[in-house]
Structure formats: C-alpha cells, structure tokens
Design a protein around this ligand. Sequence first.
Ligand code: NAG
Ligand code: NAG
Ligand code: NAG
Ligand code: NAG
Ligand code: NAG
Ligand code: NAG
Ligand code: NAG
Ligand code: NAG
Length: 903
Amino acid sequence: MSRSLPCHIYSFWVLLPFWILYTTSTNKCTVRHEIADCSHLKLTQIPDDLPANITVLNLTHNQLRRLPPANFTIYSQLTTLDGGFNTISKLEPELCQSLPLLEILNLQHNELSQLSDKTFIFCMNLIELHLMSNSIQKIQNNPFKNLKNLIKLDLSHNGLSSTKLGTQLQLENLQELLLANNKISALKREELDFLGNSSLKRLELSSNQIQEFSPGCFHAIGKLFGLSLNNVKLSPSLTEKLCLELSNTSIENLSLSNIQLYKTSNTTFFGLKQTNLSMLDLSHNSLSVIGNDSFAWLPHLKYFFLEYNNIERLSSRSLYGLSNVKYLNLRRSFTKQSISLASLPKIEDFSFQWLKSLEYLNMEDNNFPGKRNTFTGLIKLKSLSLSNSFSSLRTLTNETFISLADSPLLILNLTKNKISKIESGAFSWLGHLKVLDLGLNEIGQELTGQEWRGLKNIVEVYLSYNRYLELTTDSFALVPSLQQLMLRRVALRNMDCSPSPFHPLFNLTILDLSNNNIANINDELLKGLEKLQILDLQHNNLARLWKHANPGGPVQFLKGLSHLHILNLESNGFDEIPADAFRDLSELKSIDLGLNNLNILPPSVFDNQVSLKSLSLQKNLITSVKKTVFGPAFQKLSNLDMRFNPFDCTCESIAWFVSWINSTHTNISELSSHYLCNTPPQYHGLPVILFDTSPCKDSAPFELFFMITASMLLIFIFIILLIHFEGWRISFYWNVSVHRVLGFKEIDKQPEQFEYAAYIIHAYKDRDWVWEHAPMEEKDETLRFCLEERDFEAGALELEAIVNSIKRSRKIIFVITQHLLKDPLCKRFKVHHAVQQAIEQNLDSIILIFLEEIPDYKLNHALCLRRGMFKSHCILNWPVQKERINAFHHKLQVALGSRNSVH
Ligand SMILES: *[C@@H]1O[C@H](CO)[C@@H](O)[C@H](O)[C@H]1NC(C)=O
Ligand SMILES: *[C@@H]1O[C@H](CO)[C@@H](O)[C@H](O)[C@H]1NC(C)=O
Ligand SMILES: *[C@@H]1O[C@H](CO)[C@@H](O)[C@H](O)[C@H]1NC(C)=O
Ligand SMILES: *[C@@H]1O[C@H](CO)[C@@H](O)[C@H](O)[C@H]1NC(C)=O
Ligand SMILES: *[C@@H]1O[C@H](CO)[C@@H](O)[C@H](O)[C@H]1NC(C)=O
Ligand SMILES: *[C@@H]1O[C@H](CO)[C@@H](O)[C@H](O)[C@H]1NC(C)=O
Ligand SMILES: *[C@@H]1O[C@H](CO)[C@@H](O)[C@H](O)[C@H]1NC(C)=O
Ligand SMILES: *[C@@H]1O[C@H](CO)[C@@H](O)[C@H](O)[C@H]1NC(C)=O
C-alpha cells in the first residue's frame, strides 16, 4: 500500500537513514597537506572520516571529555595532536599506543588532575608535552620517566606546590621546563635532583611564591643555562641569596623582572662572580638605588635590561665593571620627578665610561634636565635613542653632542624632545652618523644647510612633524649622501626657490613632502633626482599645477623621475591630469590618486605604467572606466582601489571595466559594497558588478555596421556635392588628362610655325576696342594678330576659315563683354573650337581679357568657360584708370609670351 502513502511521509522514511549518517559522520574539519583542523566545532566526538594519512590533528576549542584510544587507531600517522581547550579529565595510556609516531601532545586548558606512572608510558617519541592550565596539584611517582626524548615540558598554571616531578633521574633530554604560575614556595635540592642528568636551557619559575632557595638547589640540576623568576617577590636579600646559589652554575640568562629589587649594592650579584652570565633582566623593579660597583661581578654580561625602573641617579661607578655589555636598555628607567635630588644630575658625567663595548643604548622616555656631557667613553656606541629623553633640550648647539665625539655613532634618535632650534654645526661631531631622527619636535627655523655640517655619511634624515621649516637653495648642500628625507607636516616654506633645495641630493631614493599644504612649486623641484623611488606628496594643494588653464601651462613636476616606484598624490584637489604627467615614470609600481576630484582622465595617461601593481583612485568623481585610459595600467595590477566613485553604468562607460573585473585576478576589496552605480537613474545604488554587459556585446557589431554605413553615406554626399559644384573642373581636367594619355602630345610648336600670334575672339559690337588696341600690341612683334574683321573678307565669315585660323594662331584671346556672351556664333562654335584646341594643346593658349566685370556663373552659363580653368596670368582685366593701361599691356605681353605648357 506504499503507493497510497502521502509523498512527504514516504520521502521522510527513505531519507532518515541518510540523515543519521550525515549527522554522525560528516564534519567541517578542514584538511590541507595532511593537517586536519577541527578547532572551534563544538565536537563531542572524534571525527572518524578524516584521511588516514593526516599527521597533525587539531581538536582545540571543542567539547571533548575523553580521547578514547580506539577512535585514534585510524590516524596512526599523527605526529601532532592538539587537544587543548576541551574538558578532558582522563588520559588513557593506550592513546600513545594508537599513535606510535606522536611527537607533540598538547592538552593545555583541560581538566586533568591525575597523572599516573602509566599515563605516558607508551609515549616514547614525545618531544613536547603541554599540560599548562590543568588541575594537576601533585605529581606522584614517575609519570614522565619514559619520555626519554622529551625536550619541552610545560606544567605552568597548575596547582603544583613542588618542583618534584619524579623520584629518580629522568628527562635527560629536557631543555625547557616550564613551571610558572604554580604554588611553589621553595626550591629544594631533593625536589630537583630528578633533573640531575638534564641540561636545562630554560627553567621557568616565574609567578610562584618562592621564598626559599635551599643550599645546592641549582647544583642538583645537571646544567642550568637559563632561569626566569619574574614576578617572584624576592626583594634585595633573597636576590642576593639566589645569586649565591647560582654561583658556579652554568647560568647565562637570568630574568629577574618585577621581583621588587628596589636597590642593589656591591653584594647583590656577588654570587654571580663565578658564572658566565650574559643576559640579565632587571626591568620593572622600581629599582631606585644602584649602589657603586653593583655590577662589578658581571664582566661577561652582554645584554642588560633595566627599563621601567625608578633610578634616582647614575653615579660614575654605578655601571662599573660592565665592560662587555653590548646592549643596554634604560627606557623609562629613571624617576620622573625626584624632589630631593632635583638639583643633582640624574646621570653623572662619565657614568658610561665603563661600557667600552656598548653598541646599543636606549634612553627613551626619561626626563633628563637637558644637555649633559654624559656619553664620554662609549667608544663602540652605534645606536643611541634619546627619544623623549629630555625635559628642556630646546636648542641643539655645537656643544650638545660633544661627548659623543669619540663614538662611531650610526643612529641617533631625538624624537619628541620639544627641540625648537638646531644651531649651526650641532652634529659636526657625528661624522659616522647614518640615521638622524629629529621628528616630532618643535623645530621652526630656516635651514641654511650649516645645521648638517660634518654629517659626511648621513643617509636618512627624519624631520617630519615639526613647527615650520623654511628651505633655501643650500638647505641640503652639505649632505649630498642623503638617500631618505622625511619632511611630512613641517609647514614647508619657500618650496619654489631656484635652484631647488633638493638639487644636490642626486642619491635620494625616498622623499616625503606630504601634509605641507604645498601650492607653489616649479618644474625644477625634483629635477635630477633620478634615483628617487618613493615620493610622498599627499595632502598638499597641487591641483592648480596640473590645470590646463595654469598660466604657462601645466607644471610637469614629475618629469625625469625614471626610477620612481611609489607615488602618493592623495588629497591634492586634482581635477585635471595632463596627458603626459606620468610619461617618464615607466617603473612605477604604485600610484595613489585617491581623495581628489578627478572625473575624466585623458586617454593614454597611463600608457607608460605597464608594470603598475597598485592603483588607488578611491573617492574621486570617476564615472567611466575605459580601456583607452586604464588598459595599460590594469595589465599587471595586483591591487585596485576605486571605491566610492559615481560610476555611470552604461555600456559606453563601464562595460569594459565590468568584464575586466570578471576576468582579472587583481585584488579589489569591497567590490560589491563600495563600487556602486550612480547613473543612469534606474541603476542608481546598484553594485557595478551586477551590471549586465551582454547587451553591450551585441551593440559592438552594430556600432561597426553603423560606422561603416555612416561613413559611406558621408562619402556619397561628399561626392555628390563635389560633382555638383566642381563637376566642370573634374570633367575639364578629365578631358585634358584623357587627351594627354591617349597620346595627344603637347604641341609645342616654335613661334615661326604659327602664322598668327593670337586669334582674337570678340563680339561684333566690341570691334572698336579691338581695332584701337590690337595693333598697338602688334607693333614690335613679328607675328600679327588674327582679327576677323581685318584678316577675313568682310562679311564672308566661313566657319572653316575660322577653324583654320584658330589652328594657325599660337594663342586665342577672348575679349569678354556682355556682348560676347550674347553673340550666338561665339557662344557655340568659336568657344568650342578654342577650348578644344586648348585641351589638345595647352591650357596656356587661351587668354581672357575682361573689358567689364562679368561674374563667373554668367560666363559659365553663356560660354561654358570658367576663370578656374585658366592660369591666373592668362586672365586680364581692362583697367578703368588710364594710368594702369601700361601695366595691362605689360601683362598681356607676358601672357602672349608664355609657352603653351603646364608648368
Ligand atoms: C569513538 O568511536 C565509537 C565507535 O565508533 C563511538 O561510538 C564513540 O562515540 C566515539 N567516541 C568519541 C569520544 O569520539
Ligand atoms: C593522503 O590521502 C589523501 C586521500 O585520502 C590523498 O589524496 C593524499 O595524496 C595522501 N597523501 C599522501 C602524502 O600520501
Ligand atoms: C589549533 O588551532 C588553534 C586555534 O585555531 C591554534 O591556536 C593552534 O595553534 C592550533 N594547533 C596546532 C598544533 O596547529
Ligand atoms: C662594598 O662596599 C662597601 C662600602 O660601601 C665596602 O666596604 C666593601 O668592601 C665593598 N665590598 C666589596 C666586595 O667590594
Ligand atoms: C660653537 O660656536 C660658537 C659660536 O657660535 C663658537 O664660538 C665656538 O667655538 C663653537 N664651539 C665649538 C666647540 O666649535
Ligand atoms: C625613534 O624612536 C621612536 C620612538 O621609539 C620610534 O618610533 C622611531 O621609529 C625611531 N626612529 C627611527 C629612525 O628608528
Ligand atoms: C651616491 O651613490 C653612489 C652609488 O651608491 C655612491 O658611489 C656615491 O658615493 C654616492 N654619492 C654620495 C655623494 O654619497
Ligand atoms: C564572467 O565570466 C564567466 C565565465 O568566465 C561568464 O560565464 C560570465 O557571464 C561573466 N560575467 C560577466 C558579467 O561578464
């Protein structure tokens, strides 16, 4: 009857077993490279479907109560099992049997309280065992006895009251034993002698309540190199006891931070005389009095930490004997206000004279009264930090650092000292100095360049965050070795001086001029800085320099920076970029143009930025992202930031960008939340990536089609217009060309081959003018004109005669008047023959003489002639003024004399 079962019930019964299977066996562990991470999954059971070949299994932060050995047999390759942060209260010895290769077992933050002799009996390969933060209060017998390979054992944060972890020698390979934060109150020889064969690099006993070091307690340990007793209230007397117990041990590193060691004397560290102690940490001790010769017993000390104390003063013998110290930290070591000793210097002269090996000295955050002759004798000092060290070091004079004259100082940090003036030669003692940090002070002055006198090897100068700096051409003239110069937020003045203040710095690689509100610079500012790699110009006011309308054109201040890698131009108000602004920057990797007002970028502005890795244009007014502009810049980009621009989501503006985003590996963060369409209205507020580019792709062939038809139409219209207005010219020259090509060679007869110099065509009514003027021209010529009325029988004008005469004339002269235009014979016959001859022979052979003004269209209409057909010297106008008649004759002679050829 299953057919009658309602469908949903049917499917419930079918799917139930799968559902059970699903909940029992699937897990959300991530497995990568044989490492399974099952942390933070609220697991109550060990996942049983992980690959059998995993070597690391992370089960931290779950709800496991047990680690049943059987459930691990499938993971026999495990070398690391992390079961931290669960509620495991019992461990079965067979676990290690299931995991024979286990090297690291972490069970921190669980509820283990009992460890028996058997617990780790099979864990022979264990190297690290972490049992921190359990509830182990007592170790009975020898649970760790079989851990012959154990290197690190962490039992901190338990309730142990004793260091005793066994009754017999064991843990011979142990290097680190961590017992911090227990309840150990005494170190006793017999409670440590299970370590008799061990060499401990680190015995961590911090944060216990140790009040007793019984005789020989440290000698019970095979070898002890490092001991930490931080946060144990030892006080001076117990410290002295401790040191006596440490005498003749191998101790090298001793941490005694925050042990209430408020004073030291010449006996405190006496016990360490016979040791090789190389590191001593006495920080956070409220140490106020350092007795003379306190450290005289520590000739091997190299690293000495004294930060965060309350030292009232250093006398000339306070540091006596520390001849090997390389590193000394005195950060916030001295009292802020010493009332009783206000008049005395906190550091006596020559206090540091014993530190012949000191290379690094940190004196930050102290409150010294001012310049002192303090540092004499530090003949190896390389790095000195005096940041926030002085309460009243207003002016750096040529004597402030005189005590450092013998130090090969490389780094000097003077930040946060309220320095207001650097005098000439202040650093002249520091010829080795490479790095000088003067940032975060109150310097306000003109930099003449003398401030840097003597800094022959300087490489980095930090001047950022000061009151104001007025630059001059010579500001950096004495430090041409400079490679990094930081001038952020220093209210730079006189930036447009010429030559530029930076002109001597041809090795400069980093220049920070940001946050200066710079508005006026010239194109010389960065000239010659060919090695510059990083240029920071953000938060200035450079917009005007790139405006088209800037008087003298845009200022190309980036010209020639051919090795620039990083350029920051954020927040400058730019609304225009000249097309060639970045032309020289072919190695640019990163450019930041964010927070400007850029809308339309010129095409090819990024053409030379083909190796760009990072481009920021966030918070501009960019509407369209086109290939012509961004194509080159996007090629190798790994990071793009164009958030918060008002994108115009049309095919035209954005289609290319959207399909580029779809195919690129470039990192574009917040793509779906901060790249939104602004226009058109129907897309407003929509993420750009949701823009559908498919209609745009269809329009591409259409666009092409449109372009082709449109241009064909235009060409057609052009041809029509051309034929309409210039058709006569075309057909005329076509005729000429055809005749030439078909072999009507130019007939360049010699003058003697012609009978007449010219055949004159005129209207009958103009014969008076012709008769009056033609003979004048003939006078000095051997050839005569052919005049119809004179040279033909009167009234017997035979057409054949006309044709022959025209042929026998070298030139044909038209005397053009209104009458000629109306003369029927002229109109048809003569003009036709004349033009025919002209075409066959040459265009020069026709001369037009206008006796009156005739517009070209009338001429064309009546005679089918146009001025444009003839050379200009063949077109003559009969002058109205008498005095020009001579000139007319001259011109006519020229026209008659010209050869019949086209030159
Ligand atoms: C161990 O495996 C058994 C059988 O596969 C299972 O019933 C049990 O819940 C598992 N225990 C743990 C803690 O995962
Ligand atoms: C571990 O097992 C997985 C499948 O369970 C396999 O893909 C992987 O290659 C194996 N790794 C090694 C090192 O054998
Ligand atoms: C296990 O995961 C936790 C939290 O994700 C992490 O802190 C711990 O280092 C991991 N353990 C190992 C052995 O990788
Ligand atoms: C320690 O200093 C005292 C004087 O303060 C002196 O009498 C004593 O000899 C010094 N002890 C050592 C070991 O130098
Ligand atoms: C420091 O400069 C002053 C003049 O300003 C000069 O008299 C003095 O000799 C200079 N001191 C040194 C050590 O150069
Ligand atoms: C100078 O010291 C300050 C404060 O410690 C630090 O922030 C700065 O980086 C240091 N300057 C240099 C150049 O190391
Ligand atoms: C500039 O750098 C070059 C090459 O590193 C070096 O040889 C030259 O000495 C430097 N110039 C100055 C003035 O330090
Ligand atoms: C993105 O690319 C995939 C395949 O590469 C394609 O199927 C999809 O249509 C593309 N989406 C857009 C908006 O171009």
